[in-house]
Design a protein around this ligand. Sequence first.
Ligand code: NAP
Length: 248
Amino acid sequence: MGDGLAGRVALVTGATRGIGRAIALTLAEAGASVVVSGRDPARVAEAASTVEALGVPGLGVAADVASAEDVKRLVGEAQERFGRVDILVNNAGITRDALLVRMKDADWDEVLAVDLRGAFYASRAVARLMMRQRSGRIINIASTAGVMGNAGQANYSAAKAGLLGLTKALARELAHWGILVNAVAPGLIETDMTAALPPEAREGLLAQVPLKRAGTAQEVAEVVRFLASDAAGYITGQVIHVNGGLYM
Ligand code: NAP
């Protein structure tokens, strides 16, 4: 415990499974107090107690990032409990894959609402606290799909590309208050999200990965830990790719 983030407060959305869970536990191991969030209350409670088992304060708040009300309550509860937020990780994300001509309006709207609008809501609410603190880190979990595009994922690719634009705009806008904003763009990572991929789609992607394997949630979390640390004090507006060479 305690390599650099002791006394910091982190808020991670979508922290109950996969990449978000690995990020929450890695920041906790580094000494941060961690607010974990997701839609399922039982999973949120379990993730919060796993954080606390690492010997740091944890708080679980069930919230849907697509809901402005929920995000307001999430950030309000974090502030009430800890008085500050130093690190925001916008990780919550979903896919609703379909080829363009078969894509339903709801597929488009839901993915944009969670993957992009959710990050806007959380960043806006947390930036108000960080501006008062005159410091903070916002880390957005984007995707290789946001830079390369992915057939069958027009909604997801557009949302993740939007997240990169949001990252760069906020990096410029919030630098004045010492708030650093970056994105981490994972490639193919082993989680529930990719377990749902058809085997041929998965093999097709893996064939394009020079390292010839999928990544782990922990390999993404390590980069987030670095970006949240004092060692990353001169990095803002950047996209860090964690993809085994899929995009370079
Ligand atoms: P995952 O295993 O499906 O986990 C998603 C997490 O987000 C869960 O904790 C889920 O909890 C939560 N979540 C989903 N919708 C939410 C909502 N509306 N509000 C709040 N929380 C919500 O996904 P993952 O693979 O770890 O992906 C995490 C992030 O990495 C996503 O942004 C994804 O786009 C990105 N990413 C993943 C990969 C990959 O290969 N896995 C690659 C590139 C980028 P509940 O269901 O309980 O809400």
